[in-house]
Write a protein that binds this ligand. Structure first.
Ligand SMILES: *Cc1c(COP(=O)(O)O)cnc(C)c1O
Length: 429
């Protein structure tokens, strides 16, 4: 029987197997046929502590029986207030930079990014109404960036086959070259020149570009980018949707550069990965540009489930786990375990460009045909699936982004499969 379900990022014409998962626990997915898979990519980068963390599951069950959903325009509830207070306290701080002071909720990374863009343009629009400069609308982005799949989020992301059908709808942006090793100055000079043209904002994924291929750049470059924006009075937006919640070794990636963005988008791991929730944090000047007795200046954005109480309760539980448990210790241990094994894998002649940031590892497979549309990625997916691993390479880039609870034995089997994949699919030396 064929299923009526249309899956995301799935070419149904290839008839790849679609495993049916019935249960999950820690890093393991249990299949309907009795098998198990190690979730090596945290179910698309969302699961942090592990699947079905008992404290998060209990918080969801408890909240579902008390207050499920509430209109958030003009009403509030304790889980949303609690998460906002803690987010502000945990967000990046630096003595010489304005603090993030306000939290706007939404329900996915894409919408958190859309909200960030709308806040940035709203800021310049409302200031212009007060005679404080021009209304600005241009957005600067980083080459190879990814910020989501809605129209606005696609507009500010890398263009390619994955958004070709919609280019007529995408707005124009200024693209800054990626600061690849040796190319940092080119990137920063281009940003400096572009900022002089008075754009509204510059948006980046801090320290690592995820969907663009797990591309790393240094905290120094990130700090310099933020400084250039500040010097030119251009809003600096950090998209921490993937990098947040410990992924890069610190709670937020911006911490490693001592950067406090003007606007910061968070999502994925905010509930530990159990249920959708997102937040866009802003500094007081961004909030204050919208605060007025004039109703025309309010922030015109909402979705039905803004700050859903059950999702916020899951986030409260996630924050309690961060507070009470040694999550940072677990992350450091995992990062170490990955580093040891990745170092060995890097010796394999079929691999190049081994790289790691915190709990994220990536390596490029040297194979005969490695384009995005080559059949390498589906073949690799099938190869890993047979070996009990959920892995989803980006073209020829194989990356790991596991839940923090993945153990040494599981890491061993993951890396053994990577070696086997190198030998089977890689170019022979
Ligand atoms: C995943 C991702 C998004 C989009 O988040 P969704 O919840 O999938 O909409 C945005 N930005 C970055 C950096 C991401 O990795």
């Amino acid at each position: 029987m064929t299923s009526p379900v249309w899956h995301p990022f799935t070419q149904h014409g290839l008839n790849e197997p679609i495993p049916h998962v019935v249960r999950a626990e820690g890093a393991l997915l249990h299949l309907a046929d009795g098998g198990t898979l190690i979730d090596c990519i945290s179910s698309w980068w969302v699961t942090t502590h592990g699947h079905c963390h008992p404290r998060i599951a209990a918080a969801i069950a408890d909240q579902a029986g008390r207050l499920d959903q509430l209109i958030f325009a003009g009403y509030t509830h304790e889980p949303a207030e609690h998460v906002a207070r803690e987010l502000i306290a945990m967000a990046p701080h630096a003595p010489d930079q304005p603090e993030l002071t306000h939290v706007f909720y939404s329900d996915s990374g894409s919408t958190a990014v859309e909200v960030a863009l709308k806040m940035a343009l709203g800021y310049w629009h409302n200031r212009a109404l007060d005679g404080l400069g021009e209304a600005r609308s241009r957005i600067l982005v980083l080459e190879h960036g990814y910020h989501g799949d809605t129209i606005g989020a696609m507009s500010i992301g890398e263009r390619g086959v994955y958004n070709a059908a919609w280019t007529p709808l995408l707005f124009d942006v200024g693209t800054i070259p990626f600061p690849a090793p040796g190319n940092e100055r080119v990137c920063l000079d281009a940003l400096d020149a572009a900022c002089a043209q008075k754009p509204a904002a510059f948006i980046v994924e801090p320290l690592i570009l995820g969907a663009g291929g797990m591309l790393l750049y240094s905290p120094d470059v990130l700090a310099e980018m933020a400084a250039i924006c500040r010097r030119h009075d251009v809003l600096f937006i950090a998209d921490e949707v993937m990098t947040g919640w410990g992924r890069t070794g610190t709670l937020f990636a911006c911490e490693q550069a001592g950067v406090v963005p003007d606007i910061m988008a968070v999502a994925k791991g905010i509930t530990g990965g159990a249920i959708p929730l997102a937040a866009t944090l802003a500094t007081a000047p961004v909030f204050d540009a919208h605060r007025s007795t004039d109703r025309a200046r309010l922030f015109y954005h909402s979705s039905s489930y803004t700050a859903n109480a059950i999702a916020c309760a899951a986030a409260v539980a996630n924050l309690a786990i961060w507070r009470d448990e040694d999550v940072r210790g677990r992350i450091a241990l995992l990062a170490d375990g990955i580093a040891q094994r990745l170092g060995k894998l890097a010796q394999h002649p079929a691999f190049a460009n081994a790289r790691q940031l915190g709990t994220i590892a990536a390596i490029d497979l040297i194979a005969p045909d490695t384009g995005y549309l080559s059949d390498l990625a589906p073949r690799l997916r099938a190869f890993f699936l047979e070996r009990g691993l959920l892995l989803r390479p980006l073209g020829n880039t194989i990356y790991l982004l596991p839940p923090y609870c993945v153990d040494a034995d599981q890491l061993d089997s993951i890396f053994a499969a990577l070696v086997a994949a190198g030998s089977q699919f890689g170019v022979k030396p």
